[in-house]
Write a protein that binds this ligand. Structure first.
Ligand code: SF4
Length: 219
């Protein structure tokens, strides 16, 4: 009796595999298209598709010798696109900005505290001037010493939206974390990542924060 179902089960498995394969190829093509053009058709559908098929999309890219981190990049841009309006519509003093410690000068004299790295605006990197301007606008600004720090500060200060800066895995993880907290968040990926002396596109940062770039570059 049970044996008569085996061919049907086999067919269902083959059909499911074929559907997943086709969906993987279509979404992978959309990821490449979005990465190259910065156009995001059906962002919500595409984001759900990438998250659902992330493993197979990345495996497909690796099979074709394509850098699979572009899938993470597109996920970040899609999440940004979905949360940007909410982020922009909130007053500055309801929003928190998390900057990575690797953006500091290698000779940074700032000390670590329970509230993160305490910048003294020594002038050796752009963080000091940026932090001063952003805090003047009302933002909560933190220099992140480690991964558990963001969770602690979100619980303590309860920002209503977050901008996080970091490398691709950090930003992607941070956006997931904010999603779990129900806080709209956008992420900005470093231009050059690494453990020290990283660099950021401050123009893009100022676009997002509405900070005055002229004042920032003079600080
Ligand atoms: S400006 Fe602040 S973060 Fe940058 S090196 Fe000086 S103390 Fe460190």
């Amino acid at each position: 009796m049970l044996e008569s179902f085996y061919p049907i089960i086999g067919q269902i498995v083959v059909y499911l595999f074929a559907i997943l394969l086709v969906a993987t190829i279509i979404i992978a093509i959309l990821v490449v298209y979005s990465f190259k053009t910065e156009a995001f058709p059906f962002p919500n559908v595409m984001l759900s598709g990438i998250l659902f098929l992330e493993g197979s999309i990345k495996a497909f890219f690796r099979l074709l010798n394509v850098d699979d981190s572009i899938a993470d990049n597109v996920v970040i841009q899609l999440k940004n696109k979905i949360s940007l309006k909410q982020f922009e519509n909130l007053p500055f003093n309801k929003k928190a900005i998390f900057l990575p410690q690797c953006l500091r000068s290698i000779d940074c004299p700032a000390k670590l505290s329970p509230e993160g790295i305490q910048c003294i605006n020594c002038g050796q990197c752009d963080i000091g001037g940026a932090k001063k301007i952003l805090e003047g606008m009302g933002y909560m600004v933190f220099i992140v010493p480690g991964s558990s720090f963001i969770k602690r500060m979100v619980r303590k200060y309860k920002p209503e939206a977050i901008l996080g800066v970091g490398c691709v895995p950090e930003v992607k993880g941070g956006l997931d974390l904010c999603h779990r907290f129900g806080v709209p968040a956008i992420g900005l990926v470093l231009d050059r990542d690494g453990c020290v002396s990283t660099s950021l596109n401050w123009d893009a940062f100022c676009d997002l924060t509405k900070a005055d770039i002229t004042r920032l570059s003079r600080s």
